[in-house]
Design a protein around this ligand. Structure first.
Ligand code: NCD
Length: 309
């Protein structure tokens, strides 16, 4: 019996296969319920604090939408400048404060480990919506949900992860989730932006089949799913290095049609230039449906940590 009540959601590695399956089925159930009505009365009177110290469109809005669709309320902020952080307040003091108001905390912060630091002082469960170049577990679960919903299954799938695998927190969390399935990972990145060695070591220990390459076209020829990512400009200390790497991989419609017409195309978004807009109208371009799935999966996680499912 899976019980996530009171748990923090901090990284992809914390999840067991049972917890992943449970989250997927609760998300599916919420998706069905929302076909009948705009909101569910499960969390009436509950408050979620939405603390975004770093820019966000989808993660913040989908966490907030998820809470509203569960019948709950939201307080929060969408930039650190409008808060006492600008006066020098520490993260820990801000969290101790918010803990007096809210039943659950969704947060994003530029520092790796910040969500863990918050969870250590908060009584309320903390949901990590991205900690710097660290982890982004709720995104990883909605990505898995998307693969299931687009293709019907995850086992047997070859997933191509492409772009900034060094700084991309979605892929750091993602591989910790995919490792529970019998799928193959092909990691495509420039030499400077490869998946960190400690994450690769964990995958090896877990017996995950993966390969690394710099050749996107060769990877696509073997892939079922492409998970494209943005080069993470804000993590670069040298702007010239970013300029050199930003055009490393660009997926075009011509490439999909020539190499792998059935490819399921995903991206956590925001897109900069790594998928050309002529790809958008392909039926297998899944990235905007992926955005919608974020609401169901975040509903499942919020309701779970509050002990309501
Ligand atoms: C990602 C993030 O913030 O890590 N976006 C998201 O949450 N959907 C990916 C990115 O910013 O490139």
């Amino acid at each position: 019996m899976v019980n996530l009540e009171g748990k923090d959601i901090l990284d992809g590695a914390q999840f067991s296969r049972e917890e992943i399956d449970f989250t997927m089925s609760v998300a599916d159930d919420f998706r069905k319920q929302l076909k009948e009505r705009p909101a569910i009365d499960l969390l009436k009177g509950n408050i979620m604090a939405s603390l975004f110290f770093e820019p966000s469109t989808r993660t913040r809005l989908s966490f907030e939408t998820a809470m509203h669709r569960l019948g709950g309320n939201v307080v929060g902020f969408s930039s650190a400048e409008s808060t006492s952080t600008a006066k020098g307040e520490t993260l820990v003091d801000t969290i101790r404060t918010v803990d007096q108001y809210a039943d659950v905390i969704a947060m994003r912060h530029p520092q790796i480990g910040s969500a863990k630091e918050a969870a250590a002082v908060a009584k309320a469960p903390v949901l990590n919506g991205g900690d710097g170049a660290g982890q982004h577990p709720t995104q990883a679960l909605l990505d898995l949900y998307t693969i299931k919903s687009e293709r019907g299954h995850v086992d047997g799938t070859t997933i191509v992860l492409c772009g900034d695998l060094k700084n991309g927190r979605t892929v750091h969390a993602g591989v910790e989730i995919y490792k529970h399935y019998n799928c193959k990972l092909i990691m495509v990145a420039p030499e400077q932006l490869k998946m960190p060695a400690d994450i690769l070591a964990k995958l090896r220990d877990h017996g995950v089949a993966f390969e690394e390459t710099t050749d996107l076209e060769a990877a696509l020829a073997k892939g079922d799913v492409l998970y494209m990512t943005r080069i993470q400009k804000e993590r670069f200390t040298d702007p010239a290095e970013y300029e050199r790497l930003k055009g490393s991989y660009i997926l075009t419609r011509e490439m999909v049609e020539r190499i792998q017409p059935k490819l399921t195309i995903m991206h956590p978004l925001p897109r900069v230039n790594e998928i050309t807009t002529d790809v958008d109208s392909l039926t297998n371009a899944a990235y905007f449906r992926q955005v919608g799935n974020g609401v169901f999966v975040r509903m499942a996680l919020i309701a779970s940590v509050l002990g309501k499912v």
